[in-house]
Design a protein around this ligand. Structure first.
Ligand code: ATP
Length: 536
């Protein structure tokens, strides 16, 4: 990582970028990189808390305010090739005097051939004064590539004399993607303290670190997932498709090396309460990757450009924590108003464009699951072939699917028994969706308990059914509209018309890799002492 960051930063200086804003929290990492590019230049450092600091030894040289420091060094650029390092000064960038001083130095650097001084502003907070916008270049520390991650891991295992197979190294390094060097070392350290080794189970530690990133940023929502693909009754075509992709996501490194195209995502449209959200959750569980929800409403900001910046950050974050499932629920609402006129619509249109471009160009392991009821409100560009790998249509469950859904919900509550005449209930529930059927089961069990009965009977279920109206009858008009909107579209039915069960792939998991549930093997709590290897 250091090499790519160093080369990039050196190229900025050579290209006479006058002020480089390094948006990073770890000053040690930045100091190392700056030391690598010094190349005979004089380095002067100012730290908001300490005043003037010796760049090499980090000892305090003189208490001083930023304005006077800049005044002191501003003409040094005539005598030396100068690097001015300013740390944690983001709060002072609204002072007109300081802005003028920075501008003075930056302009000398640009227009005066006998002057040479580059300014580095290093801070984890980005705050760019309008007056300096054109002179400042933001430098986002590049995150380590998979090769760099591998070398961090190799260095770690060598230092501690741990044996790690090539398979583990490759698979884990891919999971680390999106984390910075500090975070990677922290997790390696935790993993080592816990088990004295590195193995596939450490993916769980990586996941928990990624969860923290999401929480801190507040732009995406991490959804805890308990639902499995077996919890979905019916939708066998969709399940079969997902089973195939599972094989890729569970051994991403191998798949990529083999030349497999990484799946982009799916759109699931159709009737309410029929398992679309359930499928989004079950996908993440099946692929053993985190599920994050993008709520476009949450990104909307008060200031000009704020929403777009939030969208950029949210998409970057999803890449950072990838492989992951990025779930956009009710996408028709998220992007409603696209193409319309007026302030709100303009912002939505821009966000939509931004999202489409990202989707088009994306070459990452973010798997998108977009769910929607009403396809007529979705901009057609979104549905064009090539955006998603597949567009699925979810209809009301057929007889066999209703039987399975009822069975799933009875079994979930330990109330399944062979005496129950589910078929007769199936016959009564044409037009009911999955959520209605679940409600019947729930109500029947609750009543059975309240009445002090020991066993649930078919009659209990039928009584509950009589009290619950199907969604098709309560939302008749709406359902018609949804059907009308999809009728001419090229959508693949999520259900299999012959109710053929989806074929599960035979397991091709790398040897030693645990399944979804078993992956929790390592405990995360109480293992926090990252310092020992970081210092080493
Ligand atoms: P909406 O469009 O209103 O958001 P949805 O299609 O996303 O609806 P879900 O949230 O997935 O519907 O379903 C609601 C609940 O109904 C689920 O949590 C699940 O308990 C039950 N359910 C729906 N469909 C199925 C199904 N095919 N199999 C099992 N349970 C189902």
């Amino acid at each position: 990582m250091k090499n790519s960051a160093r080369d990039l930063l050196a190229s900025y200086i050579d290209a006479l970028y006058p002020i480089i804003y390094i948006n990073h929290f770890d000053f040690k990492v930045i100091d190392d990189i700056v030391s690598d590019i010094v190349d005979g230049r004089k380095v002067v450092e100012y730290n908001n808390g300490l005043g003037i600091v010796d760049f090499k030894t980090k000892s305090m040289m003189k208490e001083c305010d930023l304005f006077n420091f800049l005044k002191l060094v501003k003409d040094d650029g005539y005598e030396h090739s100068l690097l001015i390092v300013l740390k944690d000064v983001h709060n002072q960038l609204d002072s007109p005097e300081i802005v003028s001083m920075l501008k003075y130095i930056a302009e000398r650097n640009l227009y005066n051939e006998s002057y040479n001084a580059s300014i580095f502003i290093v801070s984890s907070k980005l705050s760019i004064p309008e007056e300096l916008e054109d002179l400042i270049t933001v430098f986002d520390m590049p995150l380590p590539t998979v090769i760099e991650i591998k070398s961090i891991m190799t260095e770690f295992t060598k230092d501690l004399d741990i044996d790690v197979s090539e398979d583990v190294l490759s698979e884990i390094s891919l999971s680390f993607k999106g984390l910075n060097e500090f975070q990677i070392k922290q997790i390696l350290n935790l993993a080592y303290q816990d088990g004295g080794c590195l193995d596939f189970d450490d993916k769980q530690l990586i996941l928990s670190q990624k969860e923290q990133l999401i929480k801190k940023a507040g732009l995406l929502e991490m959804i805890p997932v308990h639902e499995t693909i077996e919890d979905i009754g019916g939708l066998e075509n969709l399940k079969e498709w997902l089973y195939k992709k599972e094989c890729i996501f569970n051994q991403l490194d191998k798949a990529i090396k083999f030349g497999v195209d990484i799946p982009k995502g799916i759109m699931i449209v159709g009737m309410p309460g029929c398992g679309k959200s359930l499928a989004a959750k079950a996908t993440a569980k099946l692929f053993e990757i985190p599920l994050v929800r993008l709520d476009v409403g949450r990104l909307l900001g008060k200031y000009i450009g704020e929403s777009e910046e939030n969208m950029r950050k949210a998409l970057k974050l999803s890449e950072a924590i990838s492989p992951c499932v990025l779930w956009i629920d009710e996408i028709e609402k998220a992007f409603s108003g696209v193409g319309g006129s007026g302030g709100g619509s303009d912002v939505t249109t821009r966000l939509f464009g931004q999202f489409l471009t990202w989707m088009q160009e994306k070459e990452n392991t973010v798997f998108i699951v977009a769910t929607a009821n009403d396809i007529s409100k979705i901009p057609p560009e979104f549905l064009r072939k090539g955006r998603f790998d597949e567009l699925f249509y979810v209809d009301f469950p057929n007889d066999e699917e209703r039987r399975k859904i009822i069975e799933i919900h009875l079994k979930k509550r330990n109330k399944w028994n062979k005496e129950l005449d589910i078929i007769s209930l199936v016959k009564l529930t044409g037009g009911y969706n999955g959520a209605d059927l679940e409600a019947i089961v729930k109500d029947a069990i609750e009543n059975c308990f309240i009445e002090g009965k020991e066993h649930l009977t078919t009659e209990d279920l039928k009584t509950a059914q009589r009290n619950i109206k199907s969604i098709s009858s309560t939302l008749e008009k709406r359902i018609k509209e949804i059907k009308e909107a999809v009728k001419d579209m090229d959508l693949k039915p999520a259900s299999n018309p012959e109710n053929k069960m989806a074929a599960k792939p035979t397991s091709k998991r790398p040897v030693g890799q645990a399944g979804g549930a078993a992956i929790m093997g390592k405990s995360i709590a109480g293992m926090v002492n990252p310092a020992f290897w970081l210092k080493g």
